[in-house]
Design a protein around this ligand. Structure first.
Ligand code: PLP
Length: 388
């Protein structure tokens, strides 16, 4: 047995990938599984982006790029972020990474020392906690409240800030709850961040997938905040491009140089043709994105109504992303047990709320990146299981 480093015991994971493996095993045995565990759009990447990538291959974008990214792609991203966030971003403040995920690890590695504390929302995307603990820092869970639309109490945040706090991680719209932070929430947070001289990692990867007229506000746009914020965004969710691996961070220029240096050490760069395709994604027609969001909204309304009609389940209507996070405490069954039963007995793959941290007990996460007929079938199966 190979001797393993101590730090490996602190590395977490993303259960979605494990559930997918279990579901595939059941499918190989001939079982029919409805996949509501997935964290990616079920749509195809828009054609104009694929055409741009094919042309990029023919044009020779098949080699290394500078570590921070191709200047033309960084320029397109800087312009896009300036317009969507109402801030002034230069290409030098942009680092392009293979997916948005590396920005989490790189930012924490670059900014947080061992023994320092990072506050993150819980339930939340599991990689935050994993990365914080892995670098030897302490992950401090800030509980999200269902009754606040899965936002949090500013008083809770205030209480959790200590002399050791270095960073706060925000995610709006949020995975797994679909909750959003309002501008007034952000103002309160920004005040604390300035007062305690903290850094914000603002995960805005779902910022283009919002409903009912809500528009994303970035904390970076508030006074004095751009120099304290790393915006994480990417193409995976907005353009159904999870396999292309394009994400980016927007941050102060000095930090961008260091994040690029981490990238030299880890991946060298993001695939060059994916970067060229990024320019087309951000500057080309946006009709496909609008249609995808409209379809997600239809599915959201359908699944929320369906879940609320099942005795024992109460489902809050999310304002963004493509997940619902129903409260299942009325069933009297623990989240992990119910998620397993739904997969094994009903053929419905979903995630236990606890896959997103301890405050996720009492909830399940369903992704509605699946068709309405499949969602309808899944709802029926859930109803049958709970009747038993
Ligand atoms: N941030 C959040 C909140 C996510 O849910 C995900 C993916 O599920 C990511 C970041 C990572 O996205 P990418 O595939 O671009 O690395």
């Amino acid at each position: 047995m190979i001797h393993l480093a101590q730090r490996m015991s602190r590395l977490g994971t993303e259960t979605a990938f494990e559930v997918l493996v279990k579901a595939r095993v059941l499918e190989a045995q001939g079982k029919n599984i409805i996949h509501l565990q997935i964290g990616e759009p079920d749509f195809d990447t828009p054609m104009n982006i694929k055409v741009a990538a094919k042309k990029a291959l023919d044009d020779g974008f098949t080699h290394y790029s500078p570590s921070a990214g191709l200047i033309q792609a960084r320029t397109a991203i800087a312009r896009h972020v300036s317009e969507t966030r109402g801030i002034k971003v230069s290409p030098e403040q942009v680092v392009i990474t293979p997916g948005g995920k590396p920005i989490m690890f790189f930012t924490i590695l670059a900014c947080v020392d061992e023994g320092e504390e990072v506050i993150y929302t819980n339930p939340g995307y599991p990689i935050y906690e994993s990365a914080i603990e892995f670098v030897g820092a302490k992950a401090i869970a800030l509980p999200l409240k269902e009754e606040k639309g899965f936002s949090f109490d500013l008083e809770d945040l205030k209480r959790l800030i200590t002399k050791k706090t270095r960073m706060i991680i925000l995610n709006s719209p949020q995975n797994p709850t679909g909750g959003i932070l309002t501008e007034s929430d952000l103002r309160g947070i920004a005040e604390l961040v300035r007062e305690h001289e903290l850094i914000v990692l603002s995960d805005e990867i779902y910022s283009r997938i919002m409903y009912d007229g809500h528009k994303a506000v970035s904390i970076a746009s508030l006074p004095g905040m751009q120099e304290r914020t790393v915006i994480l965004d990417g193409l995976s969710k907005t353009y159904a491009m999870t396999g292309w691996r394009v994400g980016y961070g927007v941050m102060p220029e000095d930090l961008a140089k260091l994040i690029a240096k981490l990238q030299v050490n880890v991946t060298s760069c993001t695939a060059s043709f994916s970067q060229i395709a990024t320019i087309e994604a951000l500057t080309g027609p946006q009709k496909d994105v609008e249609e995808m969001v409209a379809e997600f909204k239809r599915r959201r309304d359908f699944i929320v109504a369906g879940l609320n009609a099942i005795p024992g389940i109460r489902c809050h209507k999310p304002l963004g992303a493509f997940y619902v996070f129903p409260n299942i405490t009325g069933t009297g069954i623990k989240s992990g047990v119910l998620a397993d039963r739904l997969l094994n007995e009903a053929g419905v793959a979903c995630l236990s709320g606890t896959a997103f941290g301890r405050f996720g007990e009492g909830y399940l996460r369903f992704s509605y990146a699946n068709s309405i007929p499949n969602i309808e079938k899944a709802l029926d199966r859930i109803k049958q299981i709970l009747k038993r």
